[in-house]
Design a protein around this ligand. Sequence first.
Ligand SMILES: [Zn+2]
Length: 320
Amino acid sequence: MLNDNLPPDAQILPFYLADGSDDVALIRGRIASVGRAASTILARHGYPEIVAILQAEALALAACLSSTLKFDGVFTLQARGNGLVRTLFADITEAGALRGYAALDDNRAASQAAALAHNPGGPVRLGHVMGDGYIAFTVDDGSTNGRYQGIVELDNQHLSDAAMRWYENSEQLDTVVVCAAAEGPDGWQAVAIMLQRIAVEGGEGNTMTWCDAVARAKSDDAWHTAKTLLGSVTRNELLDPALSPENIVFRLFNTMAPHSARARLVADQCRCNVEKIEAVLQQLAADEVEDLADEDGYLTITCEFCKTERAYHKDAMPSV
Ligand SMILES: [Zn+2]
């Protein structure tokens, strides 16, 4: 197949669906499979299982959603809540550098409650793990210096529901999103799949021609069929390491003339900014440096994403 050159668990695959009678694309889709990056990212953190699943879902979802946007920069998914997970973060560059972390409330009771509430056969319920809060989807476009942000509340829904709410608010196009993650014997699988209806050109109301009406009806039928087919996918299918993203698309949508495009590689890659760390250190007053230094005189800065530690001696701080 077209994308056999990329690892099946490290790619974002764009695809298109038609209604079967001709090849006119009526629905665009994306499937992101990022288990390879999720495995190495999660191995550095040691989160409770329920948090690891949520983080893996967030990584897959960020990769999937980012590929529907045209930008030259970074796409970020960031949720803040008052439950066990205070911050859930995943971001990806247009080149496929993916990273993420979760900040937890240090409260064992909350951890236990969340673990008990999790249904192992389904996705993590946001409300159980994060409590009340919000989730923000942000695009930082380096080429225009533009920043676009959409925010939705976390109201006891799944991450994929939050993404659909965001699409409802920001675009008028019908969109469905499903995501799933689990750890298997060979590491993590983390998959998100999205379908979006392509707008039908043509008039409205009295200006609608017979051709417009036919096109509209075809689009309606295709959308209904595609949603039903996506609804039939099981978690086991989505998370089967033996199925590549292309296999999943062709298996699920084989009656809808699926076409896949070239996939993009996704990799676990941090963007630790040493200049930024050093700029912060330069701002510290002498007594702050003294407070932060350990008994050997070192200040250790740990990147919250990749856990890389950088040590600076209090007598050899970076100079301006
Ligand atoms: Zn880092």
